[in-house]
Write a protein that binds this ligand. Structure first.
Ligand SMILES: [Zn+2]
Length: 410
C-alpha cells in the first residue's frame, strides 16, 4: 500500500507556515504561541480523520484510531517543536506522516486488529525547558510528572512547564503513559550525511548512542601576565589546553568507539594580560557501546584529576546528562528493513547519533526509527532539507511497517 505523496508534502508545507523563518525554515519553540498554533492544527486534522484525541497532563497529544480488537495500540509519531531557527522536517515529519498514514487507511477502508496511535510529544528539543525528550521521558515512566512540571525556562524563571502548558491550553487530564502501546515507530530525518553520501533511501535505526554531558570547572589564580614567572603560576588556561588535547586525542585513537567533543569553554576573567583564574568547559561523550562510554568517562576523569593535581589547581565537575545507549529489539529494525526491501528501497542499518523520543519509548514498548536522507547532512538549521521522494519513501515504509504490526484485517 502507498500513501498519497502530494498530500503528505502539502501538509508538511502547511505546518511549516507556523513559525516560518526565511524560505524553508521554522522556529516553533515548545510551549510557545507557535507551538500552540501547530498543536491546534494537529488536533483539528486528527478530529477530521475521526480520531479520538487525548491530551495528557504533560501536553502530549495522542490520536487514537480504533482497532477491531481491544489490544494495545501500535503507535507512531515524533514532535512538532523545533530549535531556534530550525527546519520543517525534524520532528514534524514523523507526526505529519502519521496523519497521512491514517488518511490512507481511511481512504482505502482498511481496518486493523490493533488500534493505531499518533503521538506528538511535548518539548523534544529542550530549547527553553530541561530536559529534552521531555514528553517521552515522562510517558515512558522514566521521569516524574511533578518534577518536570516545575522545570523553569532557561530565559525566564517565572515560567515553568506547568504554567506554560496552562497558558497554551494543553494541560490535559490524562495521566501520561496510561494508553497502553504495542510498539512505537518514529520516522525522522537522519540529520547526518551518511544516507545521502551512500545513495541509500532508508536508514534502519538499530540503536541510539548513549550520551554523557559533564561540565568541568578548573580553579587556579589570576595574576599578571608579565610579572609572574611560570613556576609561580596557577594557570588554568594552560592546564585546560593539555586536557582538551587529551580528550580530542582519546576519540581519534584507532578503533576507539567513543566520540568526544569539547564544545564550549569560558575563561575568567578572559582578558589578554591576565593568567586565567578559572576555566570552565563542557565534555560531550557519545557511544553505542555502554562499557566503552563508561571507560572513556573514567579515563578522562582520571586524566583531568591528575593534570589538575600536578599543576596545583582544583577541579569541580557537574554531571549534566547521562543517557545509556539504547538498542532497539531486533524484531523492530528487522521489520523496517524487510518493509523497505518489499518497497524496493535501498536501506542500511545504522545507529542514531542524536537523541530521539523513540529511545525513551523503547522503555515501555518495542520501538525503532526510520531515517530518510538529509541534504548535506544539515539539520537544526533553516537550511535543513530532505528531498520530496525521500520523504515519501519514509512515509511508505512507516505505513507498511505499522500495518504489519497492527495486523491489517481488510
Ligand atoms: Zn527530532
Amino acid at each position: 500500500m502507498n500513501i498519497n505523496g502530494q498530500r503528505l508534502l502539502s501538509n508538511v508545507a502547511r505546518f511549516a507556515e507556523i513559525g516560518k523563518v526565511g524560505e524553508i525554515g521554522v522556529e516553533r519553540i515548545a510551549l510557545s504561541e507557535e507551538d500552540k498554533e501547530a498543536r491546534d492544527l494537529l488536533k483539528t486534522l486528527m478530529l477530521d480523520l475521526g480520531l479520538e484525541v487525548h491530551i495528557d497532563q504533560l501536553g502530549n497529544m495522542i490520536g487514537i484510531r480504533k482497532g477491531r480488537k481491544d489490544l494495545p495500540a501500535v503507535a507512531f509519531g515524533s514532535h512538532l517543536d523545533t530549535v531556534y531557527a530550525g527546519g520543517r522536517y525534524d520532528g514534524a515529519l514523523g507526526v505529519i506522516a502519521g496523519l497521512e498514514l491514517i488518511q490512507t487507511l481511511n481512504d482505502q477502508g482498511v481496518e486493523t486488529d490493533h488500534p493505531l496511535a499518533i503521538i506528538n510529544f511535548t518539548n523534544e528539543e529542550g530549547v527553553r525547558f530541561a530536559p529534552d525528550m521531555m514528553g517521552s521521558h515522562v510517558y515512558s515512566g522514566q521521569a516524574k510528572l511533578d518534577d518536570i512540571l516545575v522545570s523553569k525556562a532557561y530565559d525566564n524563571p517565572n515560567e515553568t512547564v506547568g504554567s506554560q502548558l496552562k497558558a497554551i491550553g494543553y494541560d490535559g487530564a490524562l495521566k501520561p503513559g496510561s494508553i497502553a502501546l504495542e510498539s512505537f515507530f518514529e520516522l525522522h530525518i537522519e540529520q547526518g550525511p551518511v544516507l545521502e553520501n551512500e545513495a541509500i533511501d532508508i536508514g534502519v535505526v538499530e540503536m541510539v548512542q548513549g550520551i554523557h554531558w559533564t561540565r568541568y570547572t578548573i580553579e587556579g589564580e589570576a595574576n599578571h601576565a608579565g610579572t609572574t614567572p611560570n613556576q609561580y603560576r596557577k594557570d588554568t588556561g594552560y592546564a585546560s589546553a593539555e586536557i582538551i588535547k587529551f580528550i580530542g586525542d582519546y576519540s581519534r585513537k584507532e578503533e576507539n568507539p567513543v566520540l568526544t567533543t569539547v564544545g564550549s569553554i569560558r575563561y575568567e576573567p578572559n582578558t589578554i594580560n591576565i593568567i586565567p583564574r578559572e576555566v570552565s568547559f563542557t565534555v560531550d561523550l557519545r557511544s553505542t557501546d555502554k562499557e566503552a562510554l563508561n571507560k572513556g568517562q573514567i579515563e578522562i576523569d582520571t586524566f583531568i584529576n591528575k593534570a589538575v593535581n600536578e599543576s596545583d589547581l582544583a577541579v569541580k565537575s557537574e554531571v549534566m546528562v547521562r543517557f545509556e545507549p539504547v538498542h532497539f529489539p531486533k524484531e523492530m529494525p528487522d521489520l523496517v528493513e524487510n518493509t523497505a526491501a518489499g518497497l524496493e528501497l535501498r536501506s542500511k542499518r545504522m545507529p542514531s547519533g542524536a537523541g530521539h523520543d523513540a529511545q525513551m519509548m523503547n522503555h515501555c514498548c518495542p520501538s525503532t526509527m526510520i531515517f530518510v536522507p538529509s541534504v548535506n547532512g544539515i539539520s537544526h538549521n533553516v537550511e535543513e532539507y530532505s528531498k520530496d521522494q525521500d520523504v515519501i519513501n519514509g512515509a511508505n515504509v512507516l505505513l507498511n511497517a505499522v500495518l504489519n504490526r497492527a495486523k491489517q484485517v481488510s
